[in-house]
Write a protein that binds this ligand. Structure first.
Ligand code: PMP
Length: 398
């Protein structure tokens, strides 16, 4: 019998996909489900971005590009990093364009993590981080982020988990799945820790533009002494509704970007040629689309937080960024994967159990509000009696 490698058999399939498939099965029987499980905007890519990619195709940009990405695109990224983030990089050798932000993270982990090296990852977090680290032979070290702290990573907890094997600290703000945004003081404290313990920092900033209530996104690379030890990763999936384009990048000092480029050469060679022209247009063209999308997300966010907070058995921290709420269902005493099943079958809402994001996600559910306000309103109307019922049952059994 032919078996997959031990490396790959120790890693599960993504549980988000499992829920998506179960929801699809229900839908095939003619019942409509509200999809709140998949993390992507429900908007179309803006037309001017599509036009730029179409024009590139028609002009014959159909071949491999430089491994690092076209120089025009890298220049557009460097301009954006300077303008929006205050990060100065040389487009010649301090940026590598990748197939999605995910490829940037994958390449980075493979470029820097030796077997046994420890990587500090907030828990809960986007599930891919820990599995990529495991695939590379590294050891993910979970640092809990807690509801009572509004899911803000606590530098003190990070420091407690640093050992002489710690190589890398991974941060993500705004954060998936909690929507937490790291305040400047926290970013500054984390930077001091990274310098003190000589850590490489990966800052996943893919949700930077989806931010509410005058919160400010801070790039850790701009903190004193941090540029030389930080790789900033980002992509176009969220801010420009370009998830299917598969476009992202890693940026940082040339010494850190070079090994990432090496992995990228053996992985995908280059991102899709004409998609890169769309990416350059996204950064250089009008930004009104992003503002309108964020306004719409904000309206849904407010409605959802309010509805969930009024539901029996639920508490909900107000997220400050991204497009997820991460309510607690701990009061129900039901494990989150069971609860996600109940919400799917009884309230016809597909969402992700918090346990899929790490041990400390247990008791929570991630709901993406990348679906219309009207659908969210209907979903909340269906959910209320389900929660009422669950709480009645749990009181009766006590
Ligand atoms: N980082 C985070 C935190 C994400 O949530 C996602 C997508 N869900 C990605 C990276 C991957 O982005 P991309 O689609 O550009 O690979």
């Amino acid at each position: 019998m032919i078996r997959s490698s031990e490396r790959i058999s120790s890693i599960p399939f993504s549980s988000i996909r499992e829920i998506f498939e179960e929801a699809n099965k229900i839908e095939k029987s003619g019942i409509e489900i509200t999809h709140m499980e998949i993390g992507r905007p429900d908007f179309d890519t803006p037309q001017h971005i599509k036009d730029a990619a179409i024009a590139a195709l028609q002009q014959g940009h159909v071949h491999y590009t430089s491994n690092s990405g076209t120089i025009e695109f890298r220049e557009a990224i460097a301009e954006k990093l300077k303008r929006d983030n205050g990060i100065t990089v040389n487009p010649a050798d301090e940026i590598v364009v990748t197939v999605g932000c995910k490829e940037a993270i994958f390449n980075l982990i493979f470029a820097f993590v030796n077997p046994g090296d420890e990587v500090i990852i907030p828990d809960p977090s986007w599930l891919e981080y820990q599995y990529i680290v495991k695939l590379a032979g590294g050891v993910p070290v979970a640092v809990p982020i807690l509801e009572e702290n509004n899911f803000i990573l606590n530098p003190y907890d990070v420091e407690k988990n640093i050992t002489n094997r710690t190589k890398l600290l991974l941060i993500n703000s705004p954060h998936n799945p909690t929507g937490a945004v790291l305040p400047k003081e926290t970013v500054s404290e984390l930077a001091k820790l990274a310098i003190k313990h000589d850590l490489l920092v990966v800052s996943d900033e893919i949700y930077e533009k989806i931010i509410y209530d005058q919160e400010k996104h801070i790039s850790i690379a701009t903190m004193p002494g941090m540029f030389e030890r930080t790789v900033t990763v980002n992509g176009f999936a969220k801010a420009y509704a370009m998830d299917g384009w598969r476009l992202g990048y890693a940026a940082g000092p040339a010494e850190l970007v070079k090994p990432i480029l090496k992995v990228h050469q053996y992985n995908t060679s280059s991102a899709t040629s004409f998609a890169q022209f769309g990416g350059a247009e996204a950064y250089r063209g009008p930004q009104s689309f992003v503002e309108e999308m964020v306004e719409s997300f904000d309206e849904r966010r407010r409605f959802l937080v309010q509805s969930l907070s009024q539901m029996p058995g639920v508490t909900c921290v107000e997220p400050k960024g991204a497009f997820y709420v991460f309510p607690s269902f701990k009061e129900t005493g039901i494990p989150s994967n069971e609860l996600a099943g109940i919400l799917l079958r009884e309230a016809l809402i597909a969402c992700v159990p918090g346990s899929a994001f790490g041990e400390y996600g247990e008791g929570y559910i991630r709901m993406a509000y990348s679906t219309s306000l009207e659908k969210i309103e209907e979903a909340m109307t269906r959910m209320y009696p389900v929660m009422q019922n669950l709480m009645q049952r749990s009181t009766l059994s006590k």
